[in-house]
Design a binder for this molecule. Structure first.
Ligand code: ADP
Ligand code: ASP
Ligand code: MG
Length: 406
């Protein structure tokens, strides 16, 4: 079977006329013989609206109920799109994540896909229907609905493409591919023709939300090519994400990523003795909180300060866990901040060329941007800066590395 998986994000499905526009794109796709599986996100910002509603009911909504609630957003779009496809002459059926056979673990709010039983999807494809699947959701062994975490529809699409041995996975969004920086805050950002999995993963992890990091990870492991395209300008060729030989791009910054808001926690007066770091980070890991940059200051009087960042969504939970860590290890107190963000430069071969860090720090200094924390990986340098400086830092770095020149 020649199968194509195409995913449309919430911005492409924000109202009735946009849903009809998506149906048109699908109608065109079905002109040739390809079997089309469509994955959809919830309309516009409707997931945020559902989260706000839940928080009016309880300041810590029950996780199981929350997942059922949030899964309805994607069910709304899948049914509406399927209705319009049928009306406009393309036979179609919508499936929830459960009906599509997407089995996950039982971690509500950030479930991982364990297995996909594609038999129902294949049955429907055989009857020449376009199968429209509600993204971002699955079911646990207890038959409860689970969700995959924010941006999870991208993961649904790539995982389905892998499970059903599709040729390619197309991600349709509201910009013309993966740019050298977020085109909404960097005026001269340009779309990349192609990018390798490794660089894309670093960009996505550090804030380029055009595709979710987990989706890139699934694609990389399974060698599934992804094309990121513009729903509203289908003439643009978009960006292909695939295995890339580094021959041509070595020693080049490929892109700038940013996070407008991250959470920062400092545990003060930590006893400086072996095993302390694990006593801090194990409980955070057990609470499913991913920690980004970590800095341990040099100690005086055998006491040290430990600073780390987490995603802004995890800040409240991280504060709770950190307060209990303080008690357990006999530290002094915690200090938390939500007024910082981050900027990152990403490119293979950076570690072998020390000039990149110097250029980055100089560019930030020239704009009077103070750096609070620095962290590096083999192909990335990240600086935590005040939120109010994030936009100008992105533009300054884009200019310093001349990313507007192909
Ligand atoms: P969707 O609704 O399709 O899931 P998202 O809002 O999640 O769309 O992602 C698309 C947005 O990602 C773009 O509108 C853009 O502002 C943002 N973005 C951030 N970094 C990049 C980048 N490097 N390239 C393209 N878009 C980016
Ligand atoms: N609707 C979910 C979210 O807003 C999932 C997605 O859009 O991919 O995060
Ligand atoms: Mg998205």
């Amino acid at each position: 079977m020649n199968i194509e998986v195409i995913k449309f994000g919430g911005s492409s499905l924000a109202d009735a006329s946009k849903i009809k526009n998506v149906a048109k794109i699908i109608n065109q796709k079905t002109q040739n013989e390809t079997n089309v599986i469509v994955v959809v996100s919830a309309m516009g910002n409707s997931t945020d609206t559902l989260i706000s509603l839940a928080k009016e009911m309880s300041n810590d909504p029950n996780h199981r109920e929350m997942d059922v609630l949030l899964s309805t957003g994607e069910i709304v779009t899948s049914t509406l799109l399927s209705m319009h496809l049928n009306y406009s002459g393309t036979p179609s059926i919508s499936l929830t994540g459960t009906q599509a056979g997407i089995r996950t673990d039982d971690v509500y709010g950030r479930a991982k896909i364990a297995e996909i039983d594609g038999s129902r999807i294949k049955e429907e494809l055989k009857t020449k229907k376009v199968v429209v699947i509600a993204g971002f959701q699955g079911f646990s062994d207890k038959q409860d609905v689970t969700t995959l975490g924010r941006g999870g529809s991208d993961t649904t699409a790539v995982a389905l493409a892998v499970a059903l041995k599709a040729r390619i996975c197309e991600i349709y969004t509201d910009v013309s591919g993966v740019y050298t920086a977020d085109p909404r805050i960097c005026q001269n950002a340009i779309p990349l023709k192609q990018i390798g999995y490794e660089e894309m993963l670093e960009l996505a992890t550090t804030g380029a939300r055009v595709i979710s990091a987990r989706a890139v990870e699934v694609a990389a492991i399974n060698n599934m090519p992804i094309i990121v395209k513009n729903t509203f300008d289908s003439k643009q060729s978009g960006t292909i994400i695939q295995t890339e030989s580094n021959m041509e791009n070595i020693n080049k910054v490929r892109g700038i990523a940013h996070q407008q808001k991250v959470g920062k926690i400092t545990i003060k007066g930590v006893p400086d003795s072996p095993g302390i770091a694990s006593s801090v980070f194990r409980p955070l890991a057990e609470a499913n909180i991913a920690v980004d940059t970590i800095v341990q200051n040099s100690s005086s009087d055998n006491l040290t300060d430990l600073t780390f960042t987490v995603s802004i969504e995890d800040l409240v939970a991280a504060e709770k866990v950190s307060n209990s860590i303080v008690k357990n290890i006999g530290a002094k107190e915690i200090d938390s901040a939500d007024d910082v963000g981050s900027v990152s430069i990403v490119g293979t071969g950076m570690t072998s060329s020390p000039g990149y860090a110097a250029t980055m720090f100089e560019a930030l200094y020239n704009k009077q941007v103070n750096i609070e924390i620095i962290s590096t990986s083999e192909i990335r340098i990240t600086c935590v800066v005040k939120q109010s400086n994030v936009t100008k830092a992105v533009q300054a770095l884009h200019d310093a590395f001349k990313l507007d020149v192909e």
